[in-house]
Design a protein around this ligand. Structure first.
Ligand code: AMP
Length: 612
């Protein structure tokens, strides 16, 4: 595909905020997408070159891009920088200066999506001597061939600053529309039908009250709707199994509906983990989950999905990052204490204090996730225990559709527990509030975050926050927010960033700011989280700076507590956190897993409810 075709799609997407319109535009794009290009196009649609879970990043700073624009346009870097300072948007600057140049020369060759993708991907691999010049060359090569509009989007992609934003829901629907166009036709027909009549037909029985012609239409329309919902469920299923929209497109085109539904989990292809809702207290937990329910400790660690086939063992975070190398102690524990031919299990890895029976907060062991050297020493200093709480695959077969109590029985068979090494999560099944409360207090006394409460008959639903399980924690729900900006400190702290602009995701995955966090970090200095640490990490991610404020590539996720959520015009989310306080880094989470605007809206409503 020509890059320009994709660029036109970007332009059209920026002009609408309506979800259905966005879906239609993306569906059009997918109709023209060849299967070989689908992986690149689904990533680039959201301005990405590497999948969200990948540790690779393009890693070019604004200065380097300015140099490349200068080479491609013949305009001096100083002039470009001045323009940039005025508008703060390097993409638009590139568009403007390339326009000037294009009046004189015609662009050399047509850019393809593949060419842009591969040049940008190469940027990430170049290092060592002469790296900067080579990177400038690669980018300049693209910009020289680019039309002004193309230049704008190449720069935004290189900076990882795409502002288009298409949510996963729209991408999924667009696949449905493009691969199964018959449905779109049906819905187009439905538009001609009287709206008020449509509203009345909420139950199938009501159809009998209609005259014959209308009846015929509504029966077929309801059936179509039902079929469409089934298709959407199948696409969700396929995405949860593969984690890649490009694969979903390929299957939908080649193997159609059946291929989507029969897709299953496989070892060494990480599965989206099941998520849990929050319950206010034990009583509320019973109301959501049902009685009796399984109560488990909610360990304060990080989630590890372990895949085993014979001798081969791999560990993935909930973000699909392969952390096998960082945890040879866990691999060893699995090798010695898990008996199966093949299996995928879900677990929480938690740190413990060797001198007491207490667990230690996640913050203390989180550094092990990113630690790539001196691993033996880290194991000694920060030992961990694996608490296995679910199984998704067992001896060659998926067991996600097996009821929870049966999955637990499988775990009892395959895990041979050893204290402080690998255990089954502590569990108690009860229908009595008093027993549950006792268990909850015991969990907290041992240094856990709270309890998980699970329905005994429930299946495992990858990727969804269904009410099959809930968590009960004592504090007001914390938020996991992305750092999108920072402020340099003053006086003695001028060399550090000391305050951080944080954001949550809206439905389209766009980050919307919600506050600034500075409090809480100093208090955790003893645990290795310092302003220096934040500064060192974020320094390389700066996109632009104005005075003491900088904007950074959103990459880092942190957990924050706060006293209250307020409505506020100051931030793009429309809300502000009152007295936000840093709790911990969430290295195990990516931008995609940070809290959503809908969650904030819910929490806002809940807290208002409490006050009344
Ligand atoms: P939260 O991160 O607050 O939404 O809580 C859900 C997380 O708790 C899961 O993603 C797991 O990482 C963690 N967790 C700890 N213990 C358990 C358990 N027994 N069952 C399920 N999840 C657990």
């Amino acid at each position: 595909m020509d890059y320009f075709t994709l660029v036109e799609i970007y332009e059209r997407l920026t002009k609408t905020s309506k979800r259905l319109e966005k879906t239609a535009i993306v569906a059009e794009l997918f109709t023209e997408t060849k299967i070989e290009e689908a992986d690149k196009i689904t990533l680039m649609l959201n301005g990405r070159i590497f999948p969200e879970w990948s540790e690779e990043k393009i890693g070019v700073a604004a200065r380097l891009i300015i140099k490349a624009i200068a080479v491609a346009s013949g305009i001096s870097a100083e002039k470009i920088e001045m323009e940039w300072k005025k508008t703060g948007d390097l993409g638009s600057v590139a568009e403007k200066v390339i326009t000037k140049k294009k009046q004189a020369t015609l662009f050399s060759h047509k850019l393809t999506v593949t060419k842009v993708f591969s040049n940008l991907q190469k940027l990430a691999t170049i290092s060592g001597e002469g790296a900067v010049d080579q990177k400038v060359q690669l980018l300049a090569e693209l910009l020289t061939s680019a039309s002004p509009l193309e230049a704008k989007y190449i720069v935004r992609t290189a900076l990882e600053e795409m502002r288009v934003g298409v949510g996963e829901g729209s991408i999924r629907d667009a696949i449905a529309w493009s691969c199964f166009p018959r449905f779109v036709q049906l819905f187009d027909d439905a538009k001609d039908i009287d709206e008020t009549k449509c509203k009345k037909i909420e139950a199938i029985e009501e159809i009998d009250k209609l005259d014959k012609k209308d009846k015929l239409f509504f029966v077929s329309e309801l059936q179509a709707r039902e079929a469409y919902n089934k298709l959407i469920t199948a696409l969700d299923h396929a995405y949860n199994m593969t984690n890649e929209f490009s694969q979903v497109i390929a299957i939908a085109r080649a193997k159609r509906y059946k291929g989507l539904t029969t897709l299953d989990i496989e070892p060494f292809r990480p599965v989206q983990v099941m998520l849990y809702q929050k319950a206010k207290d034990i009583k509320d937990a019973f109301a959501i989950v049902g009685k009796p329910a399984a109560f488990e400790y909610k360990y304060d660690g990080f989630r590890i999905e372990c895949h085993i086939v014979g001798d081969k063992i791999k560990l993935y975070t909930r973000n699909f990052v392969d952390v096998t190398k960082q945890f040879p102690d866990v691999v060893d524990a699995v090798r010695k204490h898990v008996r199966c031919e093949s299996c995928i299990f879900d677990s929480e890895v938690v740190g413990f204090n060797t001198n007491t029976t207490q667990y230690v907060p996640f913050q203390q062991i989180s550094q092990r996730i990113r630690r790539k050297y001196d691993i033996a020493e880290a194991i000694k200093k920060l030992p961990v225990e694996v608490n296995v709480f679910d199984v998704l695959y067992y001896n060659g077969k998926s067991v996600i559709d097996t009821p929870f109590h049966e999955r637990r029985a499988i775990l009892s068979k395959i895990i041979h527990p050893k204290d402080r090494v690998i255990l089954l999560s502590r569990i108690m099944v009860t229908d009595k509030i008093e027993d549950a409360n006792k268990f909850y207090n015991e969990a907290l006394d041992k240094g856990n975050e709270g309890v998980m409460v699970k329905n005994l008959e429930a299946v495992y639903k990858p990727g969804s926050r269904v009410g099959f399980g809930v968590k009960v924690k004592p504090v007001m729900e914390s938020l996991d927010v992305a750092i999108v900006g920072a402020e340099w400190g003053e006086g003695k702290r001028a060399k550090w960033m000391t305050s951080f602009a944080v954001a949550v995701r809206d439905d389209d995955g766009k980050l919307m700011t919600i506050g600034k966090v500075g409090t809480g970090i100093k208090e955790l200095e003893g645990e290795g989280v310092t302003f220096k640490y934040f500064t060192d990490v974020l320094k390389d991610d700066i996109i632009e700076g104005k005075g003491v404020e900088v904007k950074v590539h959103p990459r880092m996720v942190i957990e924050v507590h706060y006293e209250e959520i307020q409505k506020s015009p100051t931030y793009t989310s429309g809300y502000a956190l009152r007295f936000p306080r840093f709790i911990r880094l969430r290295e195990d989470k990516g931008i995609k897993n940070c809290s959503t605007l809908s969650q904030v809206e819910e929490l806002y409503k809940e807290q208002r409810g409490r006050k009344i």
